[in-house]
Ligand binder design. Structure first.
Ligand code: FAD
Length: 216
């Protein structure tokens, strides 16, 4: 597996807690939705981050939430152009099928930076049929809204008015069942994943049509 130091190309703040880190690709191969370990050189400590960029893109990008008092994410937020970062990967099974069948329709459900693998899917497969439900606490976390057409992206804001829907992704799904013939991909925090899984099963979606990636 690829393990190497890469050069940081940019670090953009997208909200009070979220940032986009851009890194030189340097030959790293990955499938959309896979993750890598990112770590500061010589610290011996790293964390998993999912690809945010598409498979064909020249640079790597990651969408990261700065966790207060975290060991790694606050240090990643401080990185700037020209710094080095260690990358180990890519790996993981949270990917789309290698050949996407015709009439394949997807519902992507994320909390926070859990939208990263879905952004990677969409960048890699522009013809994909999908709807994204994106749960954020605040409406200022609307950094994704310009990346998809309005029919394909629903920002569900839980703690204030704003976004497309007031409430959590689970509330949206309860009120707006998406059907049993779709493929559901869930990514983010464990509580959301468990709750949404139960709702989908109540809505008679087959367990084999539900894929999950737990961030924390
Ligand atoms: C497969 C996989 C892919 C991941 N991809 C991403 C990604 O693309 N973007 C991303 O931002 N994170 C991602 N994560 C989470 C990431 O690996 C780290 O857990 C996170 O950045 C916190 O690391 P830290 O060292 O700063 O905090 P730590 O010192 O490890 O943790 C401090 C505490 O924060 C909690 N925590 C972890 N993540 C969050 C969060 N997002 N919000 C609130 N609390 C949290 C932990 O449970 C822990 O209790 C992914 C995790 C996995 C397992």
């Amino acid at each position: 597996m690829h393990k190497a130091l890469h050069k940081v190309l940019g670090n953009e703040s997208l909200s009070s807690s979220t940032f986009k880190l851009q890194i030189e690709r340097d030959g790293l191969e990955f499938r959309a939705g896979q993750c890598v370990n990112l770590g500061l050189p010589n610290t011996g400590i790293n964390r998993e981050y999912s690809s945010y960029s598409g498979e064909q893109e020249a640079e790597l990008a990651f969408l990261i939430r700065e966790v207060e008092d975290g060991d790694v994410s606050p240090a990643l937020r401080r990185l700037k152009y020209g710094d080095s970062i260690e990358i180990d990967g890519a790996y993981g099974l949270f990917t789309l099928p290698e050949s996407i069948p015709e009439n394949n329709s997807n519902v992507f459900i994320a909390t926070g930076t859990g939208i990263a693998p879905f952004h990677s899917f969409v960048r890699t497969f522009p013809e994909l049929d999908y709807l994204i439900l994106h749960g954020t606490r605040l409406s200022e976390e609307n950094y994704e809204s310009g990346h998809y057409t309005t029919e394909r992206y629903v920002q569900c804001v839980s703690q204030e008015n704003g976004g497309c829907f007031k409430g959590r992704v689970s509330d949206y799904l309860r009120e707006n069942p998406q059907g049993t013939d779709k493929h559901y991909y869930l990514c983010g925090n464990r509580n959301m994943l468990n709750e949404v899984y139960d709702i989908l099963r109540e809505q008679e979606v087959s367990g084999s049509n539900i894929m999950s990636e737990v961030f924390f």
